[in-house]
Design a protein around this ligand. Structure first.
Ligand SMILES: Nc1ncnc2c1ncn2[C@@H]1O[C@H](COP(=O)(O)OP(=O)(O)OP(=O)(O)O)[C@@H](O)[C@H]1O
Length: 818
């Protein structure tokens, strides 16, 4: 507890709410728990007061402290045995006044009846309103059930189109600035009023967007455009093809999303007559969608759908995602409602198009805007083949309709004019010489267009993939517009980067250290599915709320995991690179690269899961000494000198204390895995025999899920049992062995629990009689609530603060802690 600063002898007041220690209103030492040895008085129960200071409350009466309703404070278990301290008590609803006496060496504490000021009350209610609003606004990723909801919604969109269109034209009568200011009773009412004028001058400056979109932006709280939106939207509205590059989390989705919606609103597709006639149409007669958007992952496709749907709340545009992992027939049905915007992963759309008998291809070929989000990823293995074929399919159909130019005839302007499709390509990373490639097609000295020269026109050759794409996409202009919002910046400015150096085998303990020290929403990236599973298990054992995430999980589980991650601000997502791109989850405080990413671009995308929108965040690499060459190379590719990296120092003594916990957790995991494999082998054997219980595939799937196995693992075990009955049997542990393992796991868990309940001592505590050392005022930390919840003697801090302040650079020795 710090004494009140200020003039000696003067009564000092502060405003706000905090906790204060009490010595029954009598004199007490200026810092109760800082003297060199515990005194008799320190052994007494100390009292805390939760106080509300009110500077205007001169008339408050002085209270007798001994008559107040003090409540005992429950201390964390580990704090209970501090030397000499027996406990604390607290009280609410009093004002505290300190009077410094004896030249400021001592203080008297006076208690007065508290009055909560009107300001405080308003603040309180604002807080709870804001929370509710935020929850409402935050929205959720679509889950499987949402497909059904969406279907109903699409039907409703047809029915209620008229109503929506009416909403769209709501006019404005009242200035937002006038709303509610100084009228406390009506502050929130005004926010919901449809009468409120939407004034977003910075958006209108960029492009005169339709009122329904401004309304949507206003609801999302997006008062001004981001740089990429500012630069891309006018170009897109002028009808240009565009390649857009901007940092992660900089709002690329709405850069193309708003342009698509604006075009939709302007086109006949939004007219009431067309919308209501759609229900009687077929793929060959229905108007083509305004836009077809490709994304490389399912989550990203759902997220784009969600994002565009939210901003188009006040118009009738319908958006669907077509992705793998969900029932294909349902997705076919969704398309049969002829949505205005289709967001797809190439795999599933390809599947649907190759099944097509009713003109789906032709319907898609007429799309007005084609978008490739995360374009460089779409060109990589596992995506490109399907995308390539889709582009061929819709290209051929369009060509046969419009006799469009072939890609060699760039200056055939007449055929280009017939070609209505606009093509948009976005990413945070493109291969370096893209600009050069784009400009090779610019005018030459004679003012004539030059043909693009492709070094290698074959995607299989892996070279020059972007050039191949540019050719394949058949831009309607010879050269698309190129917008690069941050040419010199690889990782977003708002991301503070750091590196922790350790030995390869120490990564687990350093990871645990970081997560304990900086609890907060975190994504840990690793390079294999096995690593995801192992790390998630051992962290869970250490009571860290870790969630595994990888592409072998069934889609339902993946969506559920993302929801759980969003719902818990301390959750730790352990993921492969499947979550590296596009995933937009707010308030992810840290990204940890447990394994070095395989490419510099992947480092940018992984790191970009933090600092979304206007937020800030930390990206930290756990680098084994054997990986330093790889790290240097990566830094070079990012245009950085490795020496610029902030090396983040970790207290070795503290890490030492965590090692035993980590080894216990690993031991438990090993025993549990043995038992899980044995149970699965038994289940597989039962399934094979069929007689004692012929498990159908749903039950089998359920059993695998219950055991925490993926289907691939379960099938592997099953296959093993089918090929060799004896082998499967041998994997079944004897009942006795299983029982022994179970008891051992219980014992280890108990030990681990006991360890976890102990505080971690920091260097200021390790070698000293901490309570009396005078270096750390522990009681002060407890009273103020500023103490770290796990690291005894340390104040609460954030990784953002600590890494930003870290000055140590590569190859410099850490400063010795005194
Ligand atoms: N004009 C705006 N004002 C404030 N926030 C915005 C604005 N536009 C978008 N955002 C928010 O910024 C976040 C990032 O947007 P988005 O997902 O489009 O980024 P991105 O550039 O596509 O990132 P990535 O390259 O990682 O996919 C989202 O949460 C989005 O809601």
């Amino acid at each position: 507890m710090s004494t009140s600063p200020g003039t000696p002898s003067a009564a000092k007041r502060r405003s706000g709410t905090s906790k204060a220690e009490l010595n029954s209103g009598k004199r007490q030492p200026s810092s109760l728990l800082q003297s060199s040895r515990p005194t008799k008085r320190m052994r007494k129960t100390s009292k805390l007061a939760t106080i509300s200071y009110n500077a205007d409350d001169d008339a408050s009466e002085i209270l007798d402290a001994s008559r107040l309703a003090w409540k005992p404070v429950t201390l964390p278990e580990r704090v209970g045995d501090l030397e000499g301290l027996m406990g604390f008590e607290e009280i609410d609803g009093v004002d505290v006044e300190y009077v410094n006496v004896d030249g400021g060496n001592e203080r008297i504490v006076k208690f007065k009846k508290a009055k909560i000021s009107l300001k405080e009350e308003v603040k309180k209610s604002t807080k709870s309103m804001t929370k509710k609003e935020t929850q409402k606004k935050s929205g959720k990723l679509e889950n499987v059930d949402a497909v059904n909801e969406l279907e109903t919604e699409l039907q409703d969109k047809h029915k209620h189109n008229k109503k929506k269109e009416k909403k769209k034209t709501v006019r404005v009568h009242k200035k937002a600035d006038d709303a509610g200011i100084g009228k406390a009773s009506n502050i929130f009412g005004a926010l919901n009023s449809e009468e409120m004028e939407i004034e977003l001058p910075e958006w209108v400056e960029v492009y005169p967007l339709s009122e329904s979109l401004l309304h949507g932006l206003s609801e999302l709280g997006f008062t001004k455009p981001t740089d990429i939106q500012r630069q891309a939207i006018p170009l897109l509205m002028a009808g240009h093809d565009l390649v857009g590059k901007a940092a992660t989390g900089s709002g690329k989705t709405l850069a193309f999303g708003l342009a698509i919606l604006e075009k939709y609103i302007a086109s006949s597709a939004s007219s009431e007559a067309v919308s209501s006639a759609k229900k009687d149409m077929s793929f060959s007669s229905a108007p083509s969608p305004t836009a077809l958007i490709f994304a490389p992952t399912r989550e990203l496709a759902h997220q784009i759908t969600d994002h565009i749907t939210k901003v188009s709340k006040f118009n009738a545009a319908s958006v669907v995602s077509i992705t793998g992992g969900l029932a294909i027939q349902k997705q076919r049905r969704l398309l049969s409602y002829f949505p205005d915007i289709v967001v797809a992963t190439p795999g599933r759309l390809h599947e649907l198009m190759t099944m097509d008998t009713e003109g789906l291809i032709r319907w898609l070929a007429g799309v007005e805007m084609l978008v490739l989000d995360e374009a460089d990823r779409l060109l990589q293995d596992g995506h490109f083949k399907e995308l390539d074929e889709i582009l061929d399919m819709i290209g051929q159909n369009r060509d046969s309709d419009s006799e469009s130019s072939d890609n060699e005839n760039y200056d055939n302007s007449s055929s280009r004019e017939q070609d209505k499709r606009q093509t948009l390509v976005f990413s945070a990373t493109f291969e370096k010489d893209l600009t050069r490639k784009l400009t090779t097609n610019a005018n030459n000295a004679n003012g004539k267009k030059q043909k693009r020269k492709f070094v290698n026109n074959n995607i299989e050759g892996k070279k020059d993939t972007m050039a191949y794409l540019l050719d394949k996409l058949k831009f309607r202009e010879g050269t698309p517009q190129y917008v690069d919002v941050n040419p010199d910046e690889a990782v977003k400015r708002e991301i503070v980067e750091g590196v922790i150096m350790c030995d390869a085998l120490e990564k687990d303990v350093y990871l645990y250290y970081f997560l304990l020290k900086y609890p907060g929403r975190t994504i840990v990236f690793v390079n294999s599915v096995d690593a995801v599973k192992r790390i998630a298990r051992f962290l869970q054992e250490l009571t860290i709320p870790a969630l595994p995430f990888h592409s072998h999980m069934i889609q339902k589980q993946r969506l559920r995991t993302v929801e759980r991650f969003k719902d818990n601000d301390r959750a730790v997502l352990i993921s492969t690179d499947v979550a590296a791109r596009g995933l937009d989850i707010s308030r992810v405080q840290h990204v940890l690269h447990y394994h070095l990413p395989r490419s510099a671009d992947m480092y940018i995308h992984r790191s970009g899961r933090t600092a979304r929108g206007t937020e800030h965040g930390v990206a930290m690499i756990l680098c084994a000494r054997t990986e330093t060459q790889q790290l240097k190379k990566m830094a070079q590719k990012l245009g950085k000198d490795v020496k610029e990296l902030r090396v983040f120092d970790v207290e070795k003594k503290v890490v030492k204390q965590l090692e035993y916990r980590v080894s216990l957790a690993r031991e438990i995991n090993a025993l549990e895995s043995k038992s899980t494999a044995a149970t699965a082998a038994k289940a597989a054997n039962t399934k094979k025999k069929g007689s004692s219980g012929d498990m159908d595939s749903a039950l089998w799937r359920q059993a695998a899920e219950d055991l925490g196995l993926e289907m691939s693992e379960a099938e592997e075990i099953l296959a093993g049992s089918e090929s060799d009955d004896d082998d499967a049997k041998s994997r079944q542990l004897s009942t006795k062995q299983k029982e022994q393992d179970r008891i051992e796991v219980q014992r280890l868990r108990k030990d681990l629990k006991a360890m976890i309940s102990q505080p971690i001592l920091t260097s200021s505590m390790v070698s000293r009689n901490y309570i009396t050392s005078g270096l750390v005022n522990l009681a002060q930390q407890i009273v103020d609530g500023t103490g770290h919840e796990t690291f005894l003697g340390e104040t609460k801090t954030t990784a953002l603060n600590d890494v930003s302040r870290s000055r140590r650079q590569w190859n410099k020795k850490p400063e010795k802690k005194k």
